[in-house]
Design a protein around this ligand. Structure first.
Ligand code: 8YV
Length: 315
């Protein structure tokens, strides 16, 4: 029997490609210059899309693939998939939840510590010889015992908050309602109020059309000139223009960002800000987690074509 044809929207590590190539005929659209011509030639036989959290399975793409049955996302966030377009055609969508939760939470905590304690500048100070030439590096900001807010207490937000409790922090969170599994933490109705009572505000919202620009000017001003924003979710949850203005004017103290609009070609104004820590969408990027994500992404495709229950369906 011939192998199902799978359209690949982004690169995967070699360990995933071996299994993918064994099971499917892969079509690496991301590596093709003339995508329209490629789709015109191969689109008719494509039965699956393998994509990544940040790469769009748009309505236009879905419509260009008449034989499409399933979209498997390598990532927990599926906001880049047009779910309405998929639903209309009965196309299944899967993601890779749980396997990346711990690493993403670790990364948020690491960014908070790194930026607050000035570790990037301090490392350059030591490495460049400035320490020997100019003496002690300036004192930075404390983390433990401060107030933390977690916006979105899903799986990742919960793990962030659990880790923060180890830093003796006063923890509050916002979500659509109070969570019975979060009794030790204060529920706060809205993001502004949460920001006003936080020194560190973590954005861990699962992105959707409804969460677009949930965090904007009022939240940044409530967080204030001593406050820090940490975003390990999606750029769309934040009004990026308002964030840049708040950082540039000093109305917001600092921001640690793993996600941006137009990744990887993000707004160059961020590079000029001294009060930011910029990371290249790396929160889930450990070998352990990436292997687990790849396995789950492929397990979903394999299950679909074997006609058995999908391990982690979205729809
Ligand atoms: C990316 C992510 O998918 O899980 C998500 O939603 O954004 C990430 O894990 C990963 O970087 C692969 O693109």
């Amino acid at each position: 029997m011939s192998k199902p044809d799978v359209l690949q929207l982004g690169p995967y590590p070699e360990w995933d490609m071996e299994r993918l190539d064994g099971l499917f005929t892969m079509h690496p659209l991301f590596a093709v210059d003339d995508k329209a011509a490629y789709l015109a030639e191969h689109g008719g036989k494509i039965r699956a899309i393998a994509t990544r959290g940040e790469l769009g399975a748009t309505r236009a793409l879905i419509e260009a693939l008449p034989a499409l049955e399933i979209i498997s996302v390598y990532g927990v966030g599926f906001d880049a998939v047009d779910l309405d377009a998929a639903r209309e055609r009965g196309i299944r969508v899967t993601n890779t939840p749980d396997v990346l939760t711990g690493d993403v939470a670790d990364f948020g905590i690491a960014m908070m510590l790194c930026l607050s304690r000035g570790m990037i500048g301090a490392e350059k100070w030591a490495r460049s010889g400035d320490w020997a030439a100019h003496g002690t590096y300036p004192a930075q900001r404390r983390v433990f015992g401060k107030r933390a807010g977690v916006l979105g207490l899903g799986r990742i937000g919960f793990e962030v908050a659990r880790r923060l409790s180890g830093f003796d922090m006063e923890i509050a969170y916002s979500d659509i309602g109070p969570k019975d599994y979060a009794r030790d933490w204060q529920f706060v109705e809205n993001p502004e109020e949460l920001a006003a009572r936080s020194d560190f505000l973590f954005v861990t919202l699962a992105a959707s059309k409804a969460t677009r620009h949930t965090v904007g000017r009022r939240v940044f001003e409530a967080l204030g000139p001593e406050g820090m924003l940490i975003n390990i979710s999606r750029a769309s949850n934040i009004d990026e223009e308002a964030l840049l203005s708040a950082l540039e004017s000093g109305k917001l103290g600092a921001a640690a960002l793993d996600v941006f609009e137009n990744e990887p070609d993000f707004d160059a104004r961020f590079r000029a800000c001294r009060n930011v820590l910029l990371q290249p969408h790396l929160a889930s990027g450990t070998v352990e987690t990436r292997k687990a994500m790849g396995k789950l992404m492929i397990d979903n495709l394999e299950a679909h074509f074997a006609g058995v229950a999908l391990p982690t369906p979205v729809i």
